[in-house]
Design a protein around this ligand. Sequence first.
Ligand code: 5GP
Length: 253
Amino acid sequence: MARRKKIYEGKAKILYEGPEPGTLVQYFKDDATAFNAEKHDVIEGKGVLNNRLSEFFMSGLNAIGVPTHFIKRINMREQLIRQVEIIPLEVVVRNTAAGSMSKRLGIEEGTPLPRPIVEFYYKDDGLGDPLVTEEHIIAFGWASQQDLDDMVALALRVNDFLSGVMMAVGIKLVDFKIEIGRIWDGDYMRLVVADEISPDSCRLWDIKTGAHLDKDVFRRDLGSLTDAYTEVAKRLGVLPTNVTHPTKPTLIN
Ligand code: 5GP
């Protein structure tokens, strides 16, 4: 039996060579990590939920003209994506103070921000993904000024889309992280949303109760991560409402 080629293995996903040049298969693992992988667990069913949720968000973005790497879901844990050259920056958009921004600046979690704030973090596990400014990014050649302008515009469009989708199902989008990649078309380059969009990379709070429906449940030991992600998936119509065993979600095709 032919064995497919593994291109990269990260903390939560594996990338395999795709069926055609320029494509990859993205496999969602059940591994959950936090604090630069100091905390690690395997949470049965997480990969299935994130594959489905990322498909939902990315295909929605594609449909409104925000380009992403997503082509199609292949099965429970895998999706076909376009191969991109990942820009080594995490782009974080915040609507409400929380997490590292609250800690760094002493702003109480839950404080609404007067406008969305876009931040860049340099992707380097050894350095703990430090916050960087546009000056650093340009000086060290991680992206050009044009790329930065396009990345901010892309991130804000993703924010508008995700905020609306989540608000419609009673969830506040507090903040999120995206990664952005370059796709080359001959001499032309365009930026697309890459990696994943899921409760692993967003902060999602129930509007009525304030309950956390994201990876903070794991980071802060707040209960069952699968229950939280299943709740998000159910509200978005990605899973049927009669799921009885949260660790074994049933997918609708
Ligand atoms: P913070 O900077 O407050 O820790 O994170 C801001 C937002 O970006 C949160 O929604 C968080 O989940 C997401 N985020 C930041 N860094 C990472 C990361 O390395 N991996 C993932 N999955 N999400 C991240």
